[in-house]
Design a protein around this ligand. Sequence first.
Ligand SMILES: [Zn+2]
Length: 337
Amino acid sequence: MGTAPDASQKRKNDRSSMPDTLTYNGFVDQPFQTTVREVAQLEGIGLHSGRFVRVSICPAPANSGIKFRRIDVDGQLQTVIAHASYAEQARLCTRIVNSEGITLETIEHLMAAFAGVGLDNATIEIDASEAPILDGSSQPVLEALNNVGIELLPARRKYMIVTKPVEAQLDCGAWARLEPAEQLQIDVKIEFDDRAIGHQSFSYTHHDGSFATELAAARTFCQLRDVELMQNAGRALGGSLNNAVVVDDGEILNEGGLRIEREFARHKALDCLGDLFLVGMPIKAKMTALRPGHALSTKLVHALLNDPTAYKVIEAGSEHSRSDSFAMPEYAAAAMA
Ligand SMILES: [Zn+2]
């Protein structure tokens, strides 16, 4: 795409031509690829390591997808691609690993925010083997992205369309399915013994603005006894009431309680959204999950990608796409020229 640098340079020099109203609420339901306008910074401790971590979300060209760079390791080994083919089944987080064995953990709340706002391309520099847990939700990522803004790139989006049902289950009874749908929908049901969590369902439909209002603020959660077990095993060393909702024997230990009703189920939907983005592009499907977790969603995504008859990839605006009727906005038309 030889025109891309010129086009993006032109937009950089002429911000006034970009409509101010195009905040993070406007990039899901449109057919062009996106990246961040400038570098977005985040920092905080890693949940499992307890170490301080810095993250820079940097602009990247069209068709490059989401790539992480471990800047704390040798230059040859740094790149870890956020794609299912590099994802391992891990119970407590989403972990990706490159061919050199360099791993990166707990990327799910970043990935959820990227999928949530419609960010297709970015290079994320990180100086540790784990993303910061922040406040346990995707809200700080959403705010960082909104502070720098998102811009359209002169290339059409590709979508993964699920064409037949695919299922995955775990021995513990957790179960999930993907099936064809016009737009991304995630239905989750959780069942916890502790009555502070209990049984909850949440149904999320992905469109412009829905992530910010329905999922972004929902925090991760755990039971106090699990925190003690994990910390005895050298995990969750950075875990605290500042980055998770902690329940114990029917009570929420966090001062102020929940941020939003059904926060637990919403957070599981957020995790599913992030894990589904590991297919490498926005997906159109309905996901149904009983007792979802990262091991289950990673297995589901692998089951989908391992069956080429279960999906197709289409370009927005192509003859198979419903985006045909979308009128190209003036600023995007200029970028395509
Ligand atoms: Zn989570």
